[in-house]
Write a protein of this length. Structure first.
Length: 315
């Protein structure tokens, strides 16, 4: 596989947890082409929001050689990074390098003028600040991440994980992304259009949650998983199941199952020679015709074209 250079731009006050996301996901692995570098506006150290310093492996000049730049969140987001940081980001953006932000990293990207005229996202609690400081953009507060091809933005910490796995899925397919998700014990694939903020309190240890039922559903996608069927497994009424499911995931059971089934279909297309009709049955999508329609609506491509792309990459 051709080398893919990922530069993580750590600005002053970088949030350690946000910085940890890309360094875990794009770290060197046998089945990925990623070459990871953490860079900043010096070649020495950067001070994190927690007060400790981190050593850097490159300066801003590394951004020009990147295939992907990840900008984690930083603490003093209302004050833009130094002019040389903004200039380096602007140059990379004009060169068409893919740039993705996590949480308040969107403020750094916006300060370089790269979000002007775009619909973007950031942490829901910082959305008003972003629109106030950069009125040329629009913030969608109700999504996990937004993919504008070469410019991508995401919400808070867990949405940053979703975004980085989304990038892997675009680059290398669902099978590799799922392997990495399992390795870092991340949640199954969450679509970017899911709700960012769910207004609920954390359940008490005695409260009913549907985590076990969702895990069970992933192992039985080929079955007819109706609302009553899922409710029976969870030991709740269908109405309670629907309410709890949306509270815990941000989407309806139907949408969650469709996303899971399409993700499974992607993995089977990449890793097996099964016919579309066979894959449709294994994923619970019914017929080949239904799978093709659902796949095209969700992925934006046909199953055959998708298989050709990712099996060619694997070869």
């Amino acid at each position: 596989m051709n080398k893919h250079r990922v530069m993580v731009l750590a600005v002053d006050g970088v949030l350690p947890m946000d910085l940890g996301i890309p360094t875990q996901i794009f770290n060197a692995r046998p089945n990925t082409p990623y070459e990871l570098t953490v860079c900043g506006d010096t070649e020495e150290t950067v001070t994190t929001s927690a007060g400790f310093t981190l050593g850097l492996t490159a300066g801003l000049e590394a951004l020009a050689a990147a295939d992907t730049i990840i900008v984690p969140g930083f603490e003093d987001f209302r004050h833009p990074p130094r002019p040389r940081v903004r200039a380096a980001l602007k140059l990379a953006g004009r060169a068409g390098i893919r740039i993705a932000s996590i949480c308040t990293g969107a403020f750094a990207v916006a300060s370089a003028g790269l979000l002007d005229g775009r619909t973007v996202t950031t942490h829901w609690a910082k959305a008003d600040d972003l629109e106030e400081l950069y009125p040329q953009l629009r913030v969608d507060r109700n999504v996990l991440y937004i993919d504008n091809d070469t410019i991508l933005t995401s919400a808070g910490f867990t949405a940053g994980i979703d975004l980085c796995l989304h990038l892997v899925r675009k680059d290398l397919g669902a099978a590799v992304a799922n392997d990495i998700a399992r390795d870092i014990v991340a949640a199954p694939h969450r679509d970017g259009g899911q709700a960012q903020y769910i207004n609920r309190t954390l359940p008490t240890p005695q409260a009913t949650t549907l985590a076990d039922t969702r895990e069970w559903a992933l192992l039985h996608l080929e079955e007819d998983l109706t609302i009553p069927h899922l409710a029976d497994h969870a030991g709740v009424s269908p109405r309670t199941l629907t309410r709890l499911w949306r509270q815990e995931t941000g989407v309806s059971p139907h949408q969650w199952l469709l996303t899971a089934r399409i993700n499974r279909a992607r993995e089977l297309l990449e890793t097996t020679d099964l016919q579309v009709e066979q894959i449709a049955i294994r994923c619970g999508l019914g017929s080949g015709a239904n799978m093709r329609a659902r796949f095209r609506d969700t992925v934006g491509n046909t199953p055959t074209a998708y298989r050709r792309t990712f099996q060619h990459q694997a070869a």
